[in-house]
Design a protein around this ligand. Structure first.
Ligand SMILES: *[C@@H]1O[C@H](CO)[C@@H](O)[C@H](O)[C@H]1NC(C)=O
Ligand SMILES: *[C@@H]1O[C@H](CO)[C@@H](O)[C@H](O)[C@H]1NC(C)=O
Ligand SMILES: *[C@@H]1O[C@H](CO)[C@@H](O)[C@H](O)[C@H]1NC(C)=O
Ligand SMILES: *[C@@H]1O[C@H](CO)[C@@H](O)[C@H](O)[C@H]1NC(C)=O
Length: 489
């Protein structure tokens, strides 16, 4: 970005007058599509690490930014931009698609934004994702270990730019493949604190939603899930158990494989990310549903949400197709998996239109189009190696060191079903200190929770899919707020 002479002067002046504060050049002064007053300060820009330029969008808390926690948010993929969370899940705005295709969406304030109670850093990671890029393309060949250490380096530099937030409690959160990002970054942060790396982060804990964790446990979680949800009959479940001997992930016999194939047939037509939602097939899916009001009533009633904008019909790039969970090694991109570069349902169009708009890109300080030509929901630039193995050892390590962990699951997600998260949290073997019970939001049962020693909490959100705040925004803000405050949920 070119600076004019006068803005350089302004920047210098500000640096002289105000020391130790956020870079004024990063401030976002207007947000195309939004006509009101921005309810808190927003900043956006890049942190440079060698040839890598990592893009962040930072929203100050609408509560008390001086004291409220700072949360690093990551979407999954790998390759998913964290604008997914900003646009569709817990950002300060609800995005309403314009009536004319391709026009800027209309932005409304989100009454359940997580920025009501925390400041959030939305980070596009690793380089090659969203608006993040590298001048050295070899950086696009990456994996868990490298991404975690880069993200830690990002955080250290970010807090140098925003030192006034160093004393706030700091948390890391994310969902889906960020089930790998979150604990691996948290581990780097912990090691940095132990080694007295400066600046010292006031790290308190982390949150993972429908997170990829352990190949075997997550891989075995689907069959019990589909049985419990009433998607397959008892007989098939019993037969599969008998033939597979509980080992659904790596079937050892042909008979087992046959049973699993039968299960796949039964559930093939469902929306993987929320079994309550319709899944549109074929070319009819290309129809863009532009306003919530135009949705068929059967759809409107599904997964009742307080969020007055459309819930996506179907989502892409968050994880893998059925029964192909996270294996060690190279994780195929969606374009490789689906054999197409086109996303079959155009449900991320609101984000796509907004983030590729010239005015918006200018306003939120992205690189020029000659550098990052377009924003993609899921990047296919990167080649990503899942090289950190199971996350269970990370969770054990972090929680035994006193960092608080919330493992939450939308209980209607079939992509990373709650049965897996429930099983691995239990497998750690900590004493149960808060036995399975309902938790409430607005006087209603919002899901269930089981609390373990060392502040490890497992929580379900009833009726939510893979991206919890998208489906249950009010409930999501509720548990988020309580967890950050260290209160029982
Ligand atoms: C926002 O302001 C612009 C320019 O004043 C106007 O054209 C547009 O209709 C307004 N949008 C809303 C949603 O009020
Ligand atoms: C596989 O199923 C067939 C047909 O039900 C049965 O005859 C056979 O014994 C089974 N094989 C094993 C190894 O269980
Ligand atoms: C945590 O990690 C450290 C460093 O790798 C290791 O020395 C320690 O044994 C681990 N602790 C647990 C509980 O896994
Ligand atoms: C759990 O977290 C609370 C609040 O941060 C803290 O006071 C308590 O000591 C922690 N308990 C354990 C067992 O780590």
């Amino acid at each position: 970005m070119k600076k004019t002479g006068s803005s350089v002067c302004l920047v210098l002046l500000v640096h002289i007058v105000v020391t130790n504060s956020a870079p004024e050049s990063g401030i976002v002064t207007k947000i195309p599509g939004f006509n009101g007053t921005i309810p808190s300060k927003h900043y956006a820009g890049y942190v440079t690490l060698d040839e890598k330029n990592l893009y962040y969008y930072f929203v100050e808390s609408q509560g008390n930014p001086l004291q409220d926690p700072v949360v690093l948010w990551l979407n999954g993929g790998p390759g998913g931009s964290s604008f997914d969370g900003f646009v569709y899940e817990h950002g300060p705005f609800n995005f309403e698609a314009a009536n004319t295709q391709g026009s800027l969406p209309i932005l409304h304030l989100n009454p359940y934004s997580w920025t009501k109670v925390s400041s959030i850093i939305y980070l596009d990671s690793p380089a090659g994702v969203g608006f993040s890029y590298s001048n050295d393309e070899t950086d696009y060949v990456t994996g868990d270990i490298k991404t975690a250490s880069d993200s830690h380096a990002f955080l250290l530099k970010w807090f140098e730019l925003y030192p006034e937030f160093l004393s706030n409690p700091f948390f890391i959160a994310g969902e889906s493949y960020a089930g790998v990002y979150v604990p691996t970054i948290a581990y780097e942060v912990m090691k940095g604190i132990d080694a007295d790396v400066k600046p010292k982060l006031n790290f308190k804990g982390y949150m993972v939603g429908n997170g990829v964790t352990d190949e075997l446990i997550d891989g075995n979680a689907l069959v019990p899930f589909v049985h419990g949800m009433g998607l397959i009959p008892d007989e098939l479940f019993e037969e599969a158990n008998r033939e597979c001997d509980g080992n659904f992930y790596k079937p050892l016999s042909e008979n087992c494989t046959n049973k699993l194939a039968k299960i796949d047939e039964d559930i093939a037509g469902l929306n993987l990310y929320n079994i309550l939602e319709p899944c549109y097939h074929g070319t009819e899916t290309d129809k863009v549903i532009t306003t919530y009001g135009k949705l068929p009533s059967s759809f409107r009633k599904l997964g009742e949400t307080e969020k007055p904008h459309l819930v996506r019909k179907r989502m892409f790039g968050r994880a893998w197709p059925l029964r192909a969970p996270v294996r060690d090694g190279i994780v195929p991109s969606w374009s490789q998996l689906t054999n197409s570069i086109n996303v079959p349902c155009l449900d991320v169009s609101v984000a796509y239109v907004w983030l590729n708009n010239e005015q918006v890109r200018k306003a939120i300080h992205t690189a020029e189009k000659s550098v990052v030509s377009s924003w993609e929901f899921v990047s296919d630039k990167i080649s990503y190696d899942h090289d950190a193995g199971s996350m269970i050892k990370y969770h054990k390590n972090l929680t035994s060191r006193g960092y608080r962990a919330l493992i939450f699951s939308g209980d209607h997600d079939m992509c990373v079903p709650f049965t897996g998260s429930q099983a691995w949290t239990r497998s750690i073997g900590y004493k149960i200190v808060d036995e399975w019970r309902p938790w409430l939001s607005n006087g209603q049962v919002a899901g269930f929770t089981q609390g373990y020693d060392n502040n490890l909490t497992f929580l379900t959100i009833k009726g939510a899919g893979h991206t919890v705040p998208e489906y249950k925004p009010q409930e999501a803000l509720e548990f988020y707020k309580r967890f950050l405050a260290g209160l029982p949920i």
